[in-house]
Write a protein that binds this ligand. Structure first.
Ligand SMILES: O=C(CO)[C@@H](O)[C@H](O)COP(=O)(O)O
Length: 216
């Protein structure tokens, strides 16, 4: 399948949020990635429903929400009402992960599970067939602009093997430190969806950067 690109707006200038949404709209990006942080699960706050509500009014791309929050179940219904298509929760934040995944799907959205860099893919063995997506964090979540963690490529290879062995259909998404060089290696390791924030929005030509990532 073709690689999907999901630009993250975490590192944009929020004074000019509409300008960033327009960039994504005019590019070949597949999804718009929304990094929601609660200051508890990760040591940073980002944005919540009011911003997602504004974004929803003008984005032409499906919204892909990555919840870096404790108790994500509380937010599923509101995300659905705002028109979010995909919700990804953290394995490390969900003691009843199966219930959370089912709740996202019951609400009519695609369900993803994200793994922090230290969390082994083998922990997904019993739930992989219920998932639409697995998000491998290639940085410790919380901030944009961090360095890519090298172990992410072998980790993706292990996940690809698990998905194939279990005949599952989950997409493999990767987030953190994605650029042309790491993106190429991630795709070679088996990734399907690349999230890129600072690399896109600090580029001279963000639209061209998104389109080139798509062609990797
Ligand atoms: O979820 C996160 C950070 O927790 C990411 O979406 C980052 O925002 C990716 O940023 P870059 O590494 O591409 O700047």
């Amino acid at each position: 399948m073709k690689t999907l690109i999901a630009p993250s707006i975490l590192s944009v200038d929020f004074n000019n949020l509409q300008q960033s949404i327009d960039i994504v709209n005019r590019s070949e990006a597949d999804w718009l990635h929304l990094d929601v942080m609660d200051g508890v699960f990760v040591p940073n706050l980002s944005f919540g429903f009011p911003v997602i509500d504004s974004v929803a009014k003008t984005t032409q791309k499906p919204m892909d929400a990555h919840l870096m929050v404790i108790e994500p179940d509380k937010y599923i219904d509101r995300l659905r009402k705002l028109g979010v298509s995909r919700v990804t929760v953290h394995y490390e934040a969900c003691p009843h992960l199966h219930r959370t995944v089912q709740a996202i799907k019951k609400a009519g959205m695609k369900a993803g599970v994200s793994l922090n860099p230290h969390t082994p893919v083998a922990l997904l063995e019993e739930i992989i067939n219920d998932l639409d997506l697995v998000l491998i964090m290639s940085v410790n979540p919380g901030y944009g602009g961090q360095s890519f963690i090298e172990n992410s490529c072998p980790k993706i290879e292990k996940l690809r093997q698990l998905i194939d062995t279990k005949k599952a259909s989950a997409l493999i998404q990767v987030d953190g430190g994605v650029n042309f060089e790491t993106g190429r290696r991630l795709i070679d390791s088996g990734a399907n969806v690349l999230v890129a924030g600072s690399f896109v929005f600090s580029a001279k030509d963000p639209i061209d950067t998104i389109n080139k990532l798509k062609k990797l």
